[in-house]
Design a protein around this ligand. Structure first.
Ligand SMILES: [Zn+2]
Length: 249
């Protein structure tokens, strides 16, 4: 792989120095949920198209929710209104004060960079929040937030006390068999229930669920281990990068 291309997809420069990105490093970790899902959705072309639509859905939710957290009243696309309604309901039930969104953080101690979704206070705790539009909270999502938490706390800002995943999702439920259908663009994804059922779908319901990390140190350890593996896999390219820590050799 070309070094410039490698650098462009795996990181960016902060203060003139190239750092790898958290999300690029985390790609080294297998995603069992995603792989199962991709296997079910056939050809590479169809997979890419569906993936693109899902990313659009995720981006739309991210964009809308982040604006709302910062006190704006964005126009809500009807496609995501069940999700946004669930979020509004959650927001009313908690004391939430967001300070920043899409904030770039850098760890000089462990040498990486990334962009955290939201820096916020929730019911009196100050921390790092990541928004997800997945159909459940996967434990490995805390590996990413642990990396942002660490980088944030290396700065001389107000220290974060915790990190959370705020999962926002929507689905239709079959009143006959309980199957759940998610339509995030393209062909719907149907889970649970009875495959022989003719299905009678409800209107889309939104979900908004907050999950807090329960052992930060373990997830940070997982991130740093993933980073070591990522560095070993990419050692030939990384060794050509000026300023990249030379302990790889
Ligand atoms: Zn059904």
């Amino acid at each position: 792989m070309d070094l410039q291309f490698f650098k462009s997809i795996n990181g960016y420069k902060v203060g003139g120095i190239w750092y790898p990105r958290v999300t690029a490093i985390c790609k080294i970790i297998g995603k069992p949920g995603l792989e199962k899902w991709f296997a079910k959705h056939g050809s590479v072309a169809a997979m890419t198209e569906k993936r693109r639509k899902i990313f659009d859905f995720g981006n739309l939710v991210h964009d809308t929710i982040e604006k709302m957290l910062m006190g704006e009243a964005p126009e809500v696309d009807p496609l995501i209104s069940p999700s946004v309604d669930a979020f509004s309901h959650w927001l009313k039930a908690h004391k939430v004060k967001a300070f920043d969104v899409e904030r770039r953080v850098v760890s000089n101690k462990h040498f990486y960079t990334g962009t955290l979704d939201v820096l916020t206070e929730i019911d009196g705790n100050f921390g790092v929040l990541d928004l997800k539009t997945t159909d459940r909270v996967w434990d490995d999502q805390f590996i990413q937030t642990a990396a942002y938490f660490q980088a944030h706390n290396e700065g001389d800002l107000r220290k974060a006390e915790t990190h959370w995943i705020l999962r926002i999702d929507q689905y239709q439920e079959c009143s006959l068999c309980g199957a759940k259908k998610r339509e995030k663009g393209g062909e719907p994804d149907i889970k649970e229930g009875d495959t022989t059922c003719p299905h009678k779908w409800s209107l889309a319901k939104g979900i908004c669920e907050l999950k807090e990390v329960n052992n930060h140190q373990i997830y940070l350890e997982m991130f740093l281990t993933a980073k070591k593996l990522w560095e070993l896999v990419n050692r030939d390219l990384l060794s050509q990068i000026e300023n990249y820590p030379k302990r790889l050799k």
